[in-house]
Design a binder for this molecule. Structure first.
Ligand code: SAH
Length: 220
C-alpha cells in the first residue's frame, strides 16, 4: 500500500492535528522540536482505516495482536524525557516497535533509531509502513527486547513502550555513560521512570502513573 496517497483527510487532518498539539502543550509538553515533529507525523496512517478518524484524539488505540498505539501525550512526554539532557542523543534504542509511530517520531529527532519488536507480524507491518513513509534512519530486529541490542550498544537513550515488572538490567547495561532509559515499570500499578547512567553508577527518578501493556519475554 502506498501510504503517501492515503492523506485523504486533507485539511481536516491538519486541523485536528493542530488541536492535538495544542492539547499536548496545555498538558505541559514544552519541547518545541517534539511538538513540531508530532505535528508533522501522520498518526492516522499508523492505525487501521476503521479508526482513522480517531487518530488525533489524545487516546491509545488498538493496532491488532492485542496491542495498542500509545496515547500521544505519553509519546510526547517520553520523547521529551529522553531528550532532556545536555549530552548529545544520537543513537537511540526503542523496545516495542508496535505500529511504528513512536519510531517515526524518534527518527526525526535523533541520528539513528534501533527498534526491537517481539511480534514478527507487527514488526513486518511497521517496517513496510515506515519505509513507505520514507523514514530511513532505522534498524529493525525481531527479538526479545529484555536483552536489548548487544551488537549496537551503547545507546545514548533507550525508550521502552511496554511495561517490565522491574528495572530491566540488560537495558541499563547498554546505556552509554550520560545516557538515559525511559521506561514504564510495574504491573497493576506502573510509573514512568527515567534511569540515568553516570560514571559512578545509576540514578533513578519516578514520574507519573501510566498504563502500558506488559513487556513479555521471548518472541513470536
Ligand atoms: N510504541 C508502540 C507501542 C506498542 S504497544 C506504538 O505506539 O505503536 C507495546 C509493544 O511492545 C507491542 O508491540 C509488544 O508486542 C511489544 N513488546 C512487548 N514486550 C516486548 C519485548 N520483550 N520485546 C520487544 N517488544 C515487546
Amino acid at each position: 500500500m502506498d501510504y503517501r496517497n492515503k492523506e485523504g483527510i486533507g485539511m481536516t487532518s491538519m486541523r485536528t492535528r493542530r488541536r492535538l498539539i495544542e492539547r499536548l502543550e496545555s498538558r505541559g509538553i514544552r519541547n518545541q522540536r517534539v511538538l513540531d515533529v508530532m505535528m508533522n507525523t501522520p498518526r492516522h496512517l499508523f492505525v487501521d482505516e476503521t479508526i482513522r478518524h480517531k487518530a488525533y484524539e489524545d487516546t491509545a488505540l488498538p493496532i491488532g495482536f492485542n496491542q495498542t498505539i500509545s496515547q500521544p501525550f505519553i509519546v510526547a512526554l517520553m520523547t521529551e524525557m529522553l531528550l532532556d539532557t545536555d549530552a548529545p542523543v544520537n543513537k537511540v534504542l526503542e523496545i516495542g516497535t508496535g505500529c511504528g509511530y513512536q519510531t517515526a517520531v524518534l527518527s526525526q529527532l535523533v541520528k539513528w533509531v534501533f527498534t526491537v519488536e517481539r511480534v514478527r507480524g507487527l514488526q513486518d507491518e511497521a517496517k513496510n509502513r515506515l519505509a513507505d513513509l520514507r523514514y530511513r534512519n532505522i534498524s529493525y530486529m525481531n527479538a526479545d527486547g529484555f536483552l536489548g541490542w548487544e551488537s549496537n550498544q551503547p545507546f545514548d537513550g533507550i525508550i521502552v513502550t511496554a511495561a517490565p515488572e522491574e528495572n530491566p538490567p540488560h537495558l541499563m547495561e547498554q546505556l552509554s555513560v550520560g545516557g538515559r532509559l525511559v521506561v514504564p515499570v510495574g504491573t497493576e500499578e506502573q510509573h514512568l521512570k527515567v534511569i540515568a547512567r553516570s560514571a559512578g553508577g545509576y540514578t533513578e527518578e519516578r514520574h507519573e502513573p501510566v498504563r502500558f501493556v506488559p513487556m513479555l519475554q521471548g518472541r513470536e
